[in-house]
Write a protein that binds this ligand. Structure first.
Ligand SMILES: [Fe+2]
Length: 163
């Protein structure tokens, strides 16, 4: 479709992030299964529950803008997950968690970028209710990212101690 206005761009980006979240609901259980440390597994499982809530929040926003909830293929997300699989197949035991954390943080950063943009566009378009819903998710994504950073630090300390 031709994107003629900020409104159109908003709608296209909403479909993009909807694809990302739905895809992540399917990808996270695999990441959790591959995690070596119980802390990382629990963090990923907690974010899965959160992500399911984020999908619902997006469906609420589709309702607010009176559009059908529809996903649009996101090449960036597909690329990130493809690369995550590749790294995971190459990595040796002991570095698995570091690889999973790196991939998960890449996804989080993509989402943080998207939600920041969407919240700002929603405000510009006068959709305050939608903007608040984006902000709620944005806060969760930032917290998930910080939790992963803390886990990454612990993982690298443990590996340094074991070496
Ligand atoms: Fe998310």
């Amino acid at each position: 479709m031709a994107v003629k206005s900020l409104q159109d761009l908003f709608h296209e980006t909403l479909k993009d992030i909807y694809y990302v979240e739905k895809k992540l609901v399917r990808a996270l259980p695999k990441m959790a299964k591959n995690a070596e440390s119980p802390e990382l597994r629990e963090a990923i499982e907690a974010h899965l529950t959160e992500t399911e809530g984020q999908v619902e929040r997006l469906e609420q926003i589709f309702e607010i803008v009176e559009k059908r909830a529809q996903a649009k293929k996101c090449e960036a997300m597909d690329g990130i997950l493809r690369e995550a699989d590749e790294v995971l197949s190459e990595v040796e035991d002991g570095a698995t968690d570091a690889a999973i954390i790196a991939s998960a943080q890449t996804v989080e950063h993509y989402e943080i970028a998207r939600y920041g943009t969407l919240a700002s566009w929603a405000r510009q378009l006068g959709m305050d209710e939608a903007a608040e819903l984006f902000d709620e998710t944005l806060t969760e994504e930032k917290e998930a990212d910080q939790k992963l950073s803390a886990l990454a630090e612990r993982t690298s300390n443990q590996q340094a101690a074991a070496a």
